[in-house]
Design a binder for this molecule. Structure first.
Ligand SMILES: [Zn+2]
Length: 336
C-alpha cells in the first residue's frame, strides 16, 4: 500500500505518520453531488480508511456537467447517487471501506449516521440540513467542514467544536424559503464546486492528520472573477448551539415535503418510518398501477403520476412541484 500513496507520503507535512492516521480515520460525506463527489474522490484516493457517503437523490442528466463521479450509464440504470458513488469509488481504491447510504439526513437519523466518525463533510445543497449537522457536530464533538457553491462562487469553513466559531455563530438563523439562490435559479458552473470541494478535502486531510495549519476563517471564492478572500469570524456569545441548546435536533416534524433542487420533483419524508419492505409495497401497489422494483428503489406510476419510493420510506414525485399532491399521494399509497 505504501507504493500507492508514495507521492503524498513524500510531502513532508503528511509523511508516513500522516498516511497512517488517514488510514485509521473514518469520515462521513453528507450529500454526494458536485461537492460531495469531489470530496469523496479525493479522500478515497488519499487512503482515508472508512468513507461513508450519504445522499438522497437519483442521478439525472443535468447533474453530469458537474458531478464527475457519475456517467450516462448511471442515469440509464436509475441508480441512487450513494450507490453509484460506492460502485465507482471501489474501483479507484479497493483497499479501504466505502459505504453508500441512500437517505435524507434529518433530526431523527443524523446522530446515527455520524456515530463513530472522526469528521463530517458537507456536500449538501440546502441550508436546513447544515443547521442539523451543526447541532449534531457540537453535541458529539465531531468536527465538520462546511462547503457551498452556486453560480461561479462558493465558500467553506471548518467547525471544530470547542475551538472555532460554529456554523450558527456565523449564520444565526435559517433563511426564509426562496431567499437563498439555488441551482435552479442561479445555475452553477463546475469549477466553482470543484474549487470549494478541493479546499474542503485539503482541510479534511489536515484535520485528520492533526496539522496545525487548519483554516479558522470563512474562505470565499469566485472562479469567474478569479478572487479568493478570507473573512475573520468570531464566536457569538448568544449562539444557542454553542450554549448546548440543540434546537434543530429537537425540532421534530411529522410528514415533511421538500422541493428538490433542480429536479422538478417533490420529496415526502416521514421520519417515523425507519425502513420499508419494497417487496411488500410492490405487492400492495400492483393492482393499482404500474410497479417495478429492485432492492434500492421502487417505481410506481398511477394516473400519470410517476413516483419513486426508497427503502427508508421516502417518496419522490417526479415531474411535479405540487407539494400538496405529493403529500396526498404519499398518504394514499404509502400510508402511515
Ligand atoms: Zn456557535
Amino acid at each position: 500500500m505504501i507504493d500507492r500513496y508514495s507521492r503524498q507520503i513524500i510531502f513532508p507535512q503528511l509523511g508516513k505518520e500522516g498516511q497512517g492516521r488517514l488510514g485509521n480515520s473514518s469520515v462521513v460525506i453528507i450529500g454526494c453531488g458536485a461537492l460531495g463527489g469531489i470530496i469523496a474522490t479525493y479522500l478515497v484516493r488519499a487512503g482515508v480508511g472508512k468513507v461513508k457517503i450519504v445522499d438522497r437523490d437519483l442521478i439525472e442528466y443535468h447533474n453530469l456537467h458537474r458531478q464527475i463521479l457519475f456517467d450516462e450509464e448511471d442515469v440509464k440504470n436509475k441508480l441512487p447517487k450513494a450507490i453509484a458513488a460506492e460502485q465507482h469509488l471501489k474501483k479507484a481504491n479497493s483497499s479501504i471501506e466505502i459505504e453508500g447510504v441512500v437517505a435524507d439526513v434529518h433530526y431523527a437519523n443524523v446522530e446515527r449516521l455520524i456515530t463513530g466518525v472522526d469528521l463530517i463533510l458537507d456536500g449538501l445543497d440546502n441550508p436546513e440540513t447544515r443547521f442539523i449537522i451543526n447541532d449534531a457536530s457540537l453535541k458529539h464533538k465531531i468536527p465538520w467542514v462546511y462547503g457551498a457553491a452556486i453560480a461561479a462562487s462558493g465558500m467553506t469553513m471548518n467547525i471544530i467544536p470547542g475551538e472555532t466559531p460554529c456554523f450558527r455563530c456565523v449564520f444565526p438563523s435559517l433563511p426564509p424559503p426562496g431567499v437563498i439562490p439555488n441551482c435552479d435559479t442561479a445555475g452553477v458552473i463546475s469549477p466553482a464546486p470543484f474549487v470549494v470541494g478541493s479546499l474542503q478535502s485539503a482541510e479534511a486531510i489536515k484535520i485528520l492528520v492533526g496539522a496545525k495549519e487548519i483554516n479558522r476563517d470563512v474562505i470565499v471564492i469566485d472562479v469567474w472573477q478569479g478572487t479568493f478572500h478570507r473573512l475573520k469570524v468570531s464566536p457569538r456569545r448568544d449562539c444557542p448551539t454553542c450554549q448546548g441548546k440543540y434546537e434543530f435536533l429537537q425540532r421534530q416534524f411529522g410528514i415533511r415535503t421538500t422541493v428538490l433542487c433542480g429536479q422538478n420533483s417533490v420529496q415526502i419524508l416521514d421520519p417515523k418510518i425507519e425502513s420499508l419492505s419494497l417487496k411488500e409495497l410492490a405487492l400492495h401497489l400492483k393492482p393499482l398501477g404500474k410497479v417495478s422494483y429492485n432492492k434500492l428503489i421502487l417505481n410506481f406510476t398511477v394516473d400519470n403520476h410517476e413516483m419513486v419510493v426508497f427503502p427508508d420510506g421516502r417518496l419522490i414525485l417526479k415531474n411535479s412541484l405540487d407539494e400538496s399532491l405529493a403529500r396526498e399521494l404519499y398518504v394514499k399509497y404509502i400510508g402511515t
